[in-house]
Design a binder for this molecule. Structure first.
Ligand code: FES
Ligand code: FES
Length: 157
């Protein structure tokens, strides 16, 4: 197809599904997810690696998709907020109103879910350190703290 001339065809694994995309070498994963695949739950913030709104998981590890090239995500398991279902972290945010405008929420959820899954023993200082890569412009950090406490209680961690 003409509009794909010069682009590279990739098959990505996104939320457990094989998705075909056509990308330029410099395309970021953020833009491929949002513009190429319509997965707009991953948010565009600073596009500079500072805010964490664009956080997704690659092989279960949180990464900033604005700082990740799409070509580097090939052959990896990509998980976006659309791919999480009924996790303790999501329930925590819902139950504790862990958001205000909600723009930062998908990024926080993706990052916090990885923390609780990989380091269930993490204490509060570790949690604060882990989540430093995410910013809430509404400054709703108290609700986020309660949401994670709720999730910890639910998982017994
Ligand atoms: S949009 Fe990626 S870190 Fe801000
Ligand atoms: S709830 Fe608005 S940016 Fe965090």
């Amino acid at each position: 197809m003409k509009r794909y001339e010069g682009r590279t065809k990739l098959v990505l694994t996104v939320n457990g599904e094989q998705r075909t995309v056509y990308v330029d070498p410099a395309d970021t994963l953020l833009w491929t997810l949002r513009r190429g695949l319509g997965l707009t739950g991953t948010k565009l913030g600073c596009e500079n690696g500072d805010c964490g709104a664009c956080t997704v998981q690659l092989d279960g590890v949180p990464v900033k998709s604005c700082y990740t090239l799409t070509v580097d995500a090939a052959d990896r398991e990509i998980t976006t907020i659309e791919g999480l279902r009924d996790t303790a972290v999501q329930e925590g945010f819902r139950a504790e109103n862990g958001f205000q405008c909600g723009y930062c929420t998908p990024g926080f959820v993706m990052n916090a879910e990885a923390l609780l899954r990989t380091h269930p023993e993490a204490n509060r200082p570790v949690e604060v350190d882990w989540l430093q890569s995410n910013l809430c412009r509404c400054t709703g950090y108290e609700g986020i703290r309660r949401a994670l406490e709720h999730a910890r209680r639910a998982t017994g961690s």
